[in-house]
Structure formats: C-alpha cells, structure tokens
Design a protein around this ligand. Sequence first.
Ligand code: SF4
Length: 335
Amino acid sequence: MKHVNVALFVVHIGCPHRCSFCDQRSITRVAHKVTPEDVHSAVETALASLDGETASEGEIAFFGGSFTMIDREYMMSLLDAAYSYVKNGVFRGIRISTRPDGITEEICEILKSRGVTSVELGAQSLDDRVLKLNERGHTAKQVEDACRMLESHGFETGLQMMTGLYGSSDEDSIETARKIIALSPATVRIYPTVVIEGTKLYELMRSGEFVPKGIEETVDLCAKLIPMFENAGIKVIRVGLHSDGDTSKFAAGAFHPALRELCEGRIYRDAALRELNNMTPGKYILSVGPGQRSKMTGQKKANLSFLRDRGYDCEVAQEEGLTKYEIKVRKKDAS
Ligand code: SF4
C-alpha cells in the first residue's frame, strides 16, 4: 500500500485578519480560488500515480487561510468533494488548518461529520503581547480553548508556532513551546519568521523598528525547541517556511531550504561538544545512529570544523543501535 497525501491551498479566503508577517500569495503563488473540481482533479492525479495501489493511509489536506472561517457553503463544497474519497475508504481522512478563533462546537460537529481527522491551528505564539503586536486577532486563551474543544471531539491536533516575531525574544518562544507541550498536541510545526515584501513586518523592518533574526540565531533557538517537543512525545513535522521555489519576495529573516537539517546538525554539534568538553583535546571518533552521519558532520563539514577549532579532531562513524541524537565518543587511537 502506498502512502499518498493530497494538499490544496485555500489562500487568504476567510481570514478576518492580515497578520503582520503573512502574504500567503507570495508563499504559495496561488491566486486561484480552489474549487471542488480542483479537489477531484488533485485527488485523481494522485491516485493515477499509484498504479492501482490503494491510498487509504493518506490524507487530503486543506492548508492556508482560515479554512473554517471561509464562506460556509464554499467550505462545505470543498469538504464534500474530499469526503467522497474518505467515505469510500480511498483516503484515511481530511486535514485542515485554521485559526484558533475559527474553532467552535458547531464547527467541530461539521468537521467530524465530513471525515476531518486532523486539525492544525496557527497558534504562532502563546504570549498575548506578541499576538497583539503581530495583529493575530486572537488570544493565547483562545488557542487553549480551541485545543481542548478539538481534543474532546477526538481530532488529532497540530499546533503551528513561529519564532522571531516582532516583539518576541527567544525566551518568549521557549515559553510558548512549554505552553504548547502542556496542551499535548500530536504534532507541531515551527515557522521561524521570514520577512515578506508587502507585509507589515516588512514596513517595520524598513523603518528600523523590527530587526529580523538571521539563520544562525534561529538555528540555535530551534535546536533547543525541537528536542523539547520530541522529548515530550510531540512530532515536529516541519521546521521552516515552505516555498515553491520563488523566494523573490523574501526580504529577510530565517529562510533556508534545509533549515531543519541545519537545526538537527546543531543539536548533534552541541551534544558532541558537551561530551568532548569532559575530555582532553585530541583525535576522536563520534559514532551516531544509522542515517545521522551527515547531521553530525554538518553542512560543508561545519560541525567538524567547529569541534576542530576547539581542539577536537573528529571523524564520524555510524553504529547500529544508537538512537536519534545519541553520540558515542571514543578516542581515535584507543582500541
Ligand atoms: S490568519 Fe493565517 S492566513 Fe490569515 S493572515 Fe494570518 S497567518 Fe495569514
């Protein structure tokens, strides 16, 4: 059985706000209003790629915008189109993303009746001051209430958080992560702020009021956030803004096509340094689990250079049985 997901972007429609950082058209380059026909055609295209295998582990996802706040008739038409593939068992369920204030008891009932299984909420921050500064138009309490409502209706819940927002410090982001963990969602997406032309953040940056965080400091922060979530059993399903390749409107901030890899490399680097700090400078072998070698080495061997500058000349080896982020350190000339 092949695993296939279908994603459709419902851009901006339904958003009662224009958040300080958001210009979804730049991100997705979709100006077109998704129709039920688009749903059918995207699903049929995905199914055609399966060569007759079933897709029943997959989901049909409506991302972007504020799905539950769009015109009700339009929302139902999209859900009905997707639900026809869930009803007959071709797909496992439907995933939507929306704003926390777009969740009510009535909406939960509707989503449930139409085969929605997962709901992602754009929380972005759980600090009311940061939410207000970035014109989110909802409070932290609304995020918490929405999570509880979704949980009581049996949805798998995902939360999206941002780092580096206007008026937000690393400590604020860590505190938001702690509050998210307390809500125990199944998944989290971490979106470090990218300044997009035409947004309020762009204007604030130009006036000097907002200084966006760069890649280095973002990687440092996310290397703390990812283990916080993973250690709490929350799956981090994305780190960094997704782009279809056109980044011409990305004016500043933490955009990197392999941001997650950089963050995971930083986790390995810091863990290795912690181990090596107890040892005398010299040559060492750092063993990591299967598939983790490039993360320990770092992009362009940056982690090895970093350790070498501190007196530790390291080689990386792979060893079965080691878990993610686990490192076994041994002196090179030791047997
Ligand atoms: S609610 Fe979401 S889609 Fe709407 S403006 Fe804010 S970030 Fe963008």
